[in-house]
Design a protein around this ligand. Structure first.
Ligand code: ZN
Length: 452
C-alpha cells in the first residue's frame, strides 16, 4: 500500500482523539458532543466514524435527543473492539478488570493475595493467559496498579504485603506482544481525577493528589503528565521528612511525613499496637468519631467540621448535655489524636503546595474524612503553612470522585494511551482486511482480483 501525502502519524490523529474523548467522558456520548468538543467538521466526523466502525472499534446507534429535537448518533464501543486489562493489588486482595474503548471498567475477578509471591505471580499469569485466549489480539495492553513504590523493570516494593520486592516481569515475558506496565496506584488515581470529565481535578493545570489509604501517598499531574522522575518511582510524597524527627519509617528512612499522618501514626497516638491493616484501622477510628455528632463536637471542638459533617437534610444538630457526657466515656485522647493527624496532613499539603504550585488539590481515601472531622485544624495548618504568594490565590481543595475505582479507571486510561497508537491502528487495518477475506470468498468473489 502506498501512503498518501498524509504522514502515517497524522492520518490517525483525529480518530485517536475521538477514541481518547470516549475514555475521558461519560458513556452516553453523541457524535454532536464529540464534534463540538474536538472542533471537527461534520464531514470529517462522518469519515472518522466510518473508519472506526469498519475497524470494529466503535458502533453508532440512532437515538432521539429531546435536547436537540432530532435524532442524534450515540457513539459506543464496538462489542468486538479492543480491550485493556487492569490488575489492582491492594494489601489483602487483588482484582482484575477489563475495559473497552470507553474506559468503563468491568471487574472480572477478585481474589485474596496468596502467602507466597511465586503463587501470586502465577495466578496473575494464569489470568492474563486465559484473557489472552478469550480475546486474542483484541487484548492490547495491561496495567498493574500497586500500592507501593514502583521502580523500573516491573519491580514493586509492597512492604505492606511483607514483601520487600515483587517482580512482575514474568507477566511481560508471558505476553511479549503487548505492553504491560506496573504503576503506583496513586498515580493512576491522579490520572483519572485529572483527565476524566467527572474527575475532581478535571481541567486543572497542576493537580496534586494526596491519598491516605494503606499509607500516605500521592501524585502530581503537571499539565496532564504525572511527574515520576528518572526511574518512574517519583512522587513518594509520604516519605519526605515532614514527620516526627528521628521516627523510623517502613521505607527505611527516618522522619517521613507518613509517621505523623497515617494509620500507624494514629495507632501510636492512641497507644494501640501497630495495626495489621492500617487503612481499616484508621477507617474504624474515624467511624467512631463520625457515628455520634455530639462526640465529634466534644472531641475536636471543631464547629466547622461539626456543621460540614452533619448538615444533612434531616436538619441541624443541636448539642445536648447528654452527648458530651457520652463522649467522656471514649478512649483517652481520641480527639487530640484525630486533630494531630489532621494537622500532620495540613502541614505536608502546605509544603507540597508551596513546592509544586497546584491549582487543585484532590484529597483521597481517609484524608477526606480527616479533613471532614477536624476541618478547622486542617485548614488553619494548611493556610498558615502556605507562602504569602500561594495564599493570594490558594489552590482549590476537593474530594476525589473515583475513590478506589480511580485505580481501575486511571489504569484503563493509561493502558489505552499506551496502546492506541498510529502503529496499532495500522495493524488493526491489516487485521480487518484479513478478517474480511472469508466473507468475500463465501460470496464467490475471492480476495484480490481474478479479473485483470
Ligand atoms: Zn518513609
Amino acid at each position: 500500500m502506498i501512503d498518501t501525502a498524509y504522514s502515517r502519524p497524522s492520518r490517525w490523529d483525529s480518530a485517536l482523539s475521538l477514541l481518547r474523548y470516549l475514555r475521558t467522558h461519560e458513556a452516553e456520548t453523541t457524535r454532536t458532543d464529540i464534534m463540538s468538543e474536538l472542533g471537527l467538521s461534520s464531514s470529517t466526523m462522518t469519515d472518522i466514524c466510518a473508519r472506526l466502525r469498519d475497524l470494529a472499534m466503535i458502533t453508532e446507534e440512532s437515538i432521539h435527543s429531546p435536547r436537540r429535537g432530532r435524532p442524534s448518533l450515540m457513539v459506543r464501543p464496538h462489542p468486538h473492539g479492543p480491550v485493556v486489562g487492569v490488575i489492582d493489588v491492594s494489601h489483602t486482595h487483588w482484582r482484575f478488570a477489563l475495559a473497552q474503548v470507553d474506559g468503563t471498567t468491568h471487574i472480572q475477578q477478585v481474589e485474596h493475595i496468596p502467602d507466597r509471591r511465586s503463587d501470586f505471580i502465577q495466578r496473575l499469569i494464569d489470568t492474563l493467559h486465559h484473557t489472552g485466549e478469550r480475546y486474542g489480539d483484541r487484548l492490547i495492553s495491561v496495567v498493574v496498579s500497586v500500592r507501593s513504590t514502583v521502580s523500573a523493570n516491573y519491580r514493586a516494593h509492597p512492604v505492606f504485603l511483607g514483601w520487600e520486592d515483587l517482580d512482575f516481569s514474568a507477566l511481560a515475558d508471558h505476553m511479549p506482544h503487548i505492553k504491560i506496565r506496573v504503576e503506583n496506584n496513586a498515580s493512576l488515581s491522579a490520572l483519572a481525577e485529572c483527565h476524566h470529565v467527572r474527575g475532581a481535578g478535571y481541567g486543572g493545570a497542576g493537580v496534586l493528589l494526596i491519598e491516605l489509604t494503606t499509607s500516605l501517598g500521592g501524585a502530581f499531574v503537571s499539565r496532564g503528565t504525572v511527574l515520576d522522575g528518572a526511574t518512574g518511582s517519583g512522587s513518594e510524597f509520604g516519605h519526605m521528612p515532614f514527620g516526627r524527627p528521628g521516627a523510623a519509617c517502613r521505607c527505611g528512612a527516618v522522619s517521613c511525613w507518613a509517621t505523623v499522618a497515617d494509620g500507624y501514626a494514629l495507632a501510636r497516638l492512641l497507644g494501640d499496637d501497630d495495626p495489621t491493616d492500617p487503612e481499616s484501622y484508621i477507617h474504624d477510628v474515624f467511624d467512631e468519631c463520625l457515628t455520634d455528632p455530639g462526640k465529634l463536637h466534644s472531641l475536636v471542638h471543631d464547629h466547622d467540621a461539626h456543621v460540614t459533617a452533619f448538615t444533612a437534610p434531616a436538619g441541624h444538630y443541636a448539642p445536648r448535655e447528654g452527648t458530651y457526657a457520652s463522649a467522656s466515656g471514649q478512649r483517652q485522647g481520641l480527639g487530640d489524636a484525630v486533630q494531630s493527624i489532621a494537622r500532620g496532613l495540613g502541614q505536608g499539603v502546605a509544603g507540597l503546595a508551596n513546592a509544586l504550585a497546584p491549582d487543585v488539590i484532590v484529597l483521597g481515601g481517609q484524608a477526606i474524612t480527616a479533613r471532614r472531622i477536624a476541618s478547622t485544624t486542617f485548614h488553619d495548618t494548611l493556610t498558615t503553612g502556605l507562602m504569602q504568594i500561594r495564599r493570594e490565590s490558594p489552590p482549590r481543595i476537593v474530594n476525589a470522585q473515583f475513590g478506589a475505582e480511580g485505580y481501575l479507571r486511571g489504569g484503563a486510561l493509561l493502558a489505552f494511551d499506551d496502546a492506541l497508537t498510529p502503529r496499532l491502528m495500522d495493524r488493526w487495518c491489516h487485521r480487518y482486511e484479513q478478517s474480511r477475506q472469508p466473507a468475500f470468498t463465501a460470496r464467490g468473489v475471492p480476495h484480490g482480483s481474478r479479473h485483470h
